[in-house]
Design a binder for this molecule. Structure first.
Ligand code: HEM
Ligand SMILES: *[C@@H]1O[C@H](CO)[C@@H](O)[C@H](O)[C@H]1NC(C)=O
Ligand SMILES: *[C@@H]1O[C@H](CO)[C@@H](O)[C@H](O)[C@H]1NC(C)=O
Ligand SMILES: *[C@@H]1O[C@H](CO)[C@@H](O)[C@H](O)[C@H]1NC(C)=O
Length: 316
């Protein structure tokens, strides 16, 4: 009898802990029912003040999920001897951390210690896509915040110089498919890139070509006029696409014309499956949006943390 009870208790503990990181749509229904609407309200008001906020928050969420899962590790400040992700090399485009702080502050005032920073960032990433004219979706919630953030781990992010096999590997290591790779790369319909991210294609590309021959010549020329010398002009750069505040499918149309910024974008044309998806998304915004939603839910469900931070910049 005692043995049976012990066994049942053990099974119960295993069951509960396996559910520990399971996300759900109604996670805050009892504990903080207004969390989502408060976060949306804060994000909306910050986007009205600064139109670079949507791209920043979308990239921040991607960056978060690709290192240690979506655990808000990207939000932690460097502390003591530890240099955090946000102070690591690929941080050129990271900004607008204050938006998450402001949302957290309002949510904390209402339901202290309940809503994780990782959930706030996942919800904000959805909100900015909607505010930019993209699709909407229900975000599963219940992520926990992590206690570790290391600048050295940002090498785990895919680099803009990656070829198709490196991209496949980076995504499949995180349980993401070829379709996820192509649809999530469509995030590059928003935002800005610095010269340093695409200079490999327009200066000393390889020993026989100064410019990547897969790049449209007039497009390459315009990029060279913005970024005339390698490793100079730290703040110079260009919009991801001419409609870089609108969540449309222009990225895929331009990609097919040789007008993408990164080698990693261009690489999507070098395998037949990814190329077919690029063609599909270039001819149908609806198909892109549908695939993007599916892939965002997958990417944002890579979990990792263990606590609900009080302050998104420091561990409890
Ligand atoms: C496929 C692998 C990816 C690579 C190699 C990559 C690389 C980059 C690079 C190098 C930049 C420019 C940084 C700068 O110079 O300022 C950038 C910007 C950006 N990326 Fe990606 N990225 C990838 C996937 C994604 C994904 C999955 C998303 C989101 C769904 C995303 C969203 C963005 C956004 C929105 C920006 C603009 C940021 C801003 O303007 O603040 N990227 N990416
Ligand atoms: C990026 O890292 C540098 C140090 O490497 C730091 O000075 C800078 O503030 C960081 N940028 C952001 C937006 O955190
Ligand atoms: C991609 O780059 C890696 C590392 O440089 C290399 O080993 C691999 O052969 C390349 N793959 C393709 C398809 O070019
Ligand atoms: C340089 O790149 C082009 C285009 O990818 C390629 O055809 C050529 O073989 C490359 N040259 C060298 C020396 O690798």
């Amino acid at each position: 009898m005692a043995f049976t009870v012990a066994l049942l208790c053990t099974l119960l503990v295993i069951l509960i802990s396996s559910l520990g990181n399971a996300l759900s749509l109604n996670y805050y229904e009892q504990t903080c029912p207004d969390a989502e609407s408060i976060i949306t309200k804060v994000v909306k008001s910050e986007v009205m003040k600064d139109q670079t906020v949507p791209a920043a928050l979308l990239r921040m969420h991607f960056h978060d999920c690709f290192i240690r899962g979506c655990d808000a590790s990207v939000l932690l400040n460097s502390a003591g001897k530890n240099t955090a992700e946000k102070d690591g090399p690929p941080n050129v485009s990271l900004h607008a951390f204050y938006v998450v702080d402001n949302a957290k502050k309002e949510v904390e005032a209402l339901c202290p210690g309940v809503v994780s920073c990782a959930d706030i960032l996942a919800l904000a990433a959805r909100d900015v896509v909607v505010l930019s004219g993209g699709p909407t979706w229900d975000v599963p919630k219940g992520r926990k915040d992590g206690r570790t953030s290391k600048a050295s781990e940002t090498v785990q992010l895919p680099a803009p110089t990656f070829n198709i096999s490196q991209l496949h590997q980076s995504f499949s290591q995180r349980g993401l498919s070829t379709e996820d790779l192509v649809s999530l790369s469509g995030g590059h319909t928003l935002g800005f890139s610095h010269c340093s991210s695409f200079q490999n294609r327009i200066h000393n590309f390889n020993s026989t070509h100064d410019i990547d021959p897969s790049m449209h010549p007039s497009f390459a020329a315009s990029l060279r006029s913005i970024c005339p010398i390698k490793n100079k002009a730290k703040n110079a750069g260009t919009g991801m696409d001419p409609s870089s505040t609108t969540f449309d499918n222009t990225y895929y149309k331009l990609l097919l014309e040789g007008k993408s910024l990164f080698s990693s974008d261009q690489a999507l044309l070098t395998a037949s499956k990814t190329k077919d998806l690029v063609s599909e998304f270039s001819s149908s915004k609806a198909a892109f949006h549908k695939a993007f939603v599916k892939s965002m839910i997958k990417m944002s469900s890579i979990t990792g943390g263990q606590e609900v931070r009080k302050d998104c910049r420091v561990v409890n």
